[in-house]
Design a protein around this ligand. Structure first.
Ligand code: F6P
Length: 329
């Protein structure tokens, strides 16, 4: 078989180890792997990874040392051209032209929407791997990149706490996650934040300010507030403005962590998840599956239809929201 692998959408730490697992598994089983550069845009442009011998197939050596590397050697893109039916038909024709039998896209909901669109025009197999820091896909407990993004955010929070404590200040820190509160909630819990505003819960500025007064009266010297980018009230800047207007008792500073959360060497949990899912995606293709995402739920690897991975919002765990409330004193 000739299997195409590519990364699409926002990059995530762990995409590289996932590509490595795909190549090592497929080549080890006697198949050929073509690395497609820049996501769906690369299929349209017939843009392929070239190995050290100047040829297209990825070799066992093409993926040496990728376990520890952030970003993706295949580059990632969002493609406007591929969103059109015309683009999807061209992509299908290019895949046929290059004799590609199966695809392994590594990405998030946009990537899997794309896979569903492509399958209307192309009859090859598609088995995806969940690569996004947002952890917003159903069909897997965690997505590749989430653990590293949280690790990076917590490291930042720990550092901010030092300066916050010195100056007896409050930091309002915005984390990524698009419409999901996963990064926000996990960062807040691990970083010992006193307040977290995530899209899944109601943000009541008046109540937050009352809580801050209680904390100040109890002798709290510094406060960390984590705000997910997707909260209805708006991002950290707007949140800070609203807090000040409502009588926030602490002097505040605002920080948006932004794309910092997408970089860096993947933490071991992401390396292992990426390796398991990359290998499982190849095995699933060999077993004849298509139209599905490889995921891990607790210890079990499983396949979920693409449409089901993004059909509904993946809620943050209620028990963790309660736990944060209990700790935030
Ligand atoms: O989906 C990953 C993500 O980092 C989101 O958390 C964020 O909303 C978005 O991508 C940012 O995208 P861009 O790279 O286009 O700025």
């Amino acid at each position: 078989m000739r299997i195409g692998v590519f990364c699409s959408g926002g990059d995530a730490p762990g995409m590289n180890p996932c590509v490595r697992a795909v190549v090592r598994t497929a080549v080890g089983a006697g198949h050929e792997v073509v690395g497609i550069l820049r996501g769906y845009e690369g299929i349209l442009n017939e843009d392929f990874y070239i190995n050290k011998e100047g040829r297209v197939p990825m070799t066992l050596r093409s993926v040496s040392d990728l376990s520890r590397m952030g970003g993706t050697i295949l580059h990632s893109r969002r493609s406007d051209r591929f969103r059109t039916e015309e683009g999807q038909k061209t992509a299908a024709a290019n895949l046929r032209k290059h004799g590609i039998d199966a695809l392994i896209p590594i990405g998030g909901d946009g990537t899997f929407h794309g896979a569903v669109d492509l399958a209307r025009h192309w009859d090859g197999q598609i088995v995806g791997c969940p690569g996004t820091i947002d952890n917003d896909l159903l069909g897997t407990d965690f997505t590749i990149g989430f653990a590293t993004a949280v690790h990076t955010a917590v490291e930042a929070i720990d550092k901010l706490r030092d300066t916050a404590q010195s100056h007896e200040r409050m930091f309002v820190v915005e984390v990524m996650g698009r419409h999901s509160g996963y990064i926000g909630l996990y960062t807040a819990l691990a970083g010992g934040a006193e307040v977290a505003c995530v899209p899944e819960t109601v943000t009541d500025i008046k109540k937050i300010v009352e809580h801050l007064h209680v904390l100040k009266d109890r002798g709290k010297e510094s406060v960390m507030m984590i705000v997910s980018e997707g909260v209805a009230v708006g991002g950290a800047e707007l949140m800070n403005k609203n807090l000040i207007e409502a009588g926030c008792p602490f002097q505040t500073r605002v920080l948006t962590l932004g794309h910092l959360q997408r970089g860096g060497s993947p933490v071991p949990a992401d390396r292992i998840l990426a390796t398991e899912l990359g290998e499982f995606a190849v095995r699933s293709i060999i077993d004849g599956h298509t139209g599905v995402m490889a995921g891990r739920i607790y210890r079990d690897l499983g396949l979920t239809e693409f449409v089901r991975t993004y059909a509904t919002h993946k809620p943050v765990p209620d028990e963790l929201v309660r736990l944060l409330d209990t700790m935030a004193h």
